[in-house]
Design a protein around this ligand. Structure first.
Ligand SMILES: NC(=O)c1ccc[n+]([C@@H]2O[C@H](COP(=O)([O-])OP(=O)(O)OC[C@H]3O[C@@H](n4cnc5c(N)ncnc54)[C@H](O)[C@@H]3O)[C@@H](O)[C@H]2O)c1
Length: 345
């Protein structure tokens, strides 16, 4: 039974407390928040959990094996580093931290101490994203041409990070995971419409090599909540709508091919294929529960780490380059490859 301390009980932290409390292999023993009101609320839900406004009280306890960090991103590096230095395994909500330098400190500290460091890239634990990865890996969609992803809604406006750092970690972690690697470059156009110093709308173009292009639109300034990813391959096309309760993935047997024989441009013909649409049945487990179980399995040495520190570092390298591109009027910024994020490193 792994004993867990949760730091940060705002909007997202209670979901982590609930999941780690319900899993067979873990138990939440303490939680911390700067707000006494939030702690009173948590105590009203979980009478047996100790609370403190000082997260160091969690780190000082010998009976806490692992710490979950669900505080605002600008605090992640310091809290997670202190937890690793106190000998605790650490699960940090996305983004792992706010620069490559900060994340590298965490990855190095985890490696030195042999502790598990995992980032909450929730979407790589969804049945839909794993189905898409399976289809791509099995060649069902053919060669991937391009991917287009839209993650927009109204709010929640952040003060310390722009919309790229808030929402794009999801898209970049999905793209890196399903394509099995890092983009070679990212170009980003963004603007702050409500506050001119914090971009609230952004358009990222990522080049993944072998001609694979990805486009990501993220916004806090949109009337509807849209979570849609379109994957276009040489054989089939796919639409993933995360907001749809029952039909999250539709696979379209549609495509275009060039007719094999032609001598002149006048004879150049395309053949369009309009086949069936297939909606696969997906497991409806809560992705966060799967992620929490994965953390326990990583600590037990049963899993290699689907979103280990290295994967968190890969995502932050892309976000940092996207930010640099915004400051440089959307110029593509090259991302120099270093290692892969798919293993625990
Ligand atoms: N995986 C997901 O789908 C998902 C969804 C929402 C949020 N998140 C992530 O979860 C994290 C928290 O987001 P949120 O929306 O819950 O933010 P929030 O502002 O609602 O909550 C953060 C809480 O942390 C507390 N806090 C701040 N500094 C602290 C400290 N030093 N010690 C103890 N408590 C402290 C605050 O008092 C606040 O209650 C962010 O990293 C965010 O990106 C992830």
């Amino acid at each position: 039974m792994l004993r867990i301390g949760v730091i940060g009980c705002g909007y997202w932290g209670p979901n982590l407390i609930r999941n780690f409390s319900q899993l067979n292999g873990s138990n939440v023993v303490m939680c911390s928040d700067l707000s006494s009101k939030r702690l009173e609320h948590m105590k009203s839900l979980y009478a047996q959990i100790d609370t403190s406004e000082d997260f160091h009280d969690i780190l000082r306890r010998d009976d806490v094996d692992a710490v979950v960090v669900a505080t605002p991103p600008q605090t992640h590096r310091d809290i997670a580093l202190a937890a690793l230095q106190a000998g605790k395994h650490v699960f940090v909500e996305k983004p792992l931290a706010l620069s490559v330098e900060e994340v590298s400190d965490l990855v190095a500290a985890a490696k030195r101490s042999g502790l598990t460091l995992m980032v909450g890239h929730t979407f790589v634990y969804t049945a839909a994203v794993n189905k898409i990865k399976g289809l791509i890996d099995a060649g069902e969609l053919g060669d991937i041409f391009y991917i287009s992803s839209t993650r927009v809604n109204l709010g929640i406006f952040q003060e310390h990070i722009n919309v790229v750092w808030d929402l794009a970690p999801h898209d970049v972690s999905i793209l890196n995971y399903i394509l099995g690697g890092m983009p070679e470059s990212v170009a980003t156009q963004a603007h702050g419409y409500i506050r001119d110093d914090v971009e609230d709308v952004a358009f990222l173009t990522l080049r993944y090599g072998r001609g694979v292009m990805a486009h990501v639109q993220v916004s806090w300034l949109n009337p509807n909540k849209i979570r849609r990813t379109i994957v276009v391959g040489s054989k089939k096309m796919l639409v993933y709508d995360d907001v749809s309760p029952l039909e999250k993935i539709r696979i379209y047997d549609k495509g275009v091919s060039v007719m094999p024989h032609y001598d002149t441009f006048g004879e150049f013909h395309l053949s369009y294929r309009f086949g069936d649409i297939y909606i696969p049945r997906l497991d409806d487990s809560e992705p966060l529960k799967v992620a929490c179980q994965h953390f326990l399995d990583c600590i037990a040495g049963k899993e290699g780490g689907r979103s280990a520190g290295g994967a968190g570092l890969d995502v932050v390298r892309v976000l940092e380059a996207a930010d640099a591109s915004i400051r440089d009027n959307g110029r593509p910024i090259e991302i120099v490859p270093v290692g892969s994020g798919t293993t625990e490193d």
